[in-house]
Design a binder for this molecule. Structure first.
Ligand SMILES: [Zn+2]
Length: 86
């Protein structure tokens, strides 16, 4: 049985977006302390967000494009370069 207020889930998203108000954050944390289901859901959300952030922060090394071009077979080089820059 789920008796959680619907907006608690919205607060979780606001919190992870760092767009939560101080009042709402207090409410969210109070609910999480008393509700195992929401705590679990919140941890899953946090893990997902952390994963997305860790992959989106990976940047290609500065010579990445050159390395890619060097690995292209000669006859495909021109097409490959064009695909890369357009
Ligand atoms: Zn709950």
């Amino acid at each position: 049985m789920n008796t959680c207020p619907e907006h608690i889930v919205l607060l979780m998203h606001d919190y992870l977006d760092e767009e939560i108000s101080h009042e709402n954050e207090k409410e969210l944390k109070a609910h999480l302390q008393s509700c195992e289901a929401c705590k679990t859901h919140f941890h899953e959300l946090k893990k997902t967000v952390a994963l997305v952030q860790s992959t989106s922060h990976i940047q290609a090394p500065s010579n990445f494009t050159q390395n890619v071009m060097a690995k292209l077979p000669k006859e495909k080089k021109r097409a490959g370069v064009e695909r890369w820059f357009h």
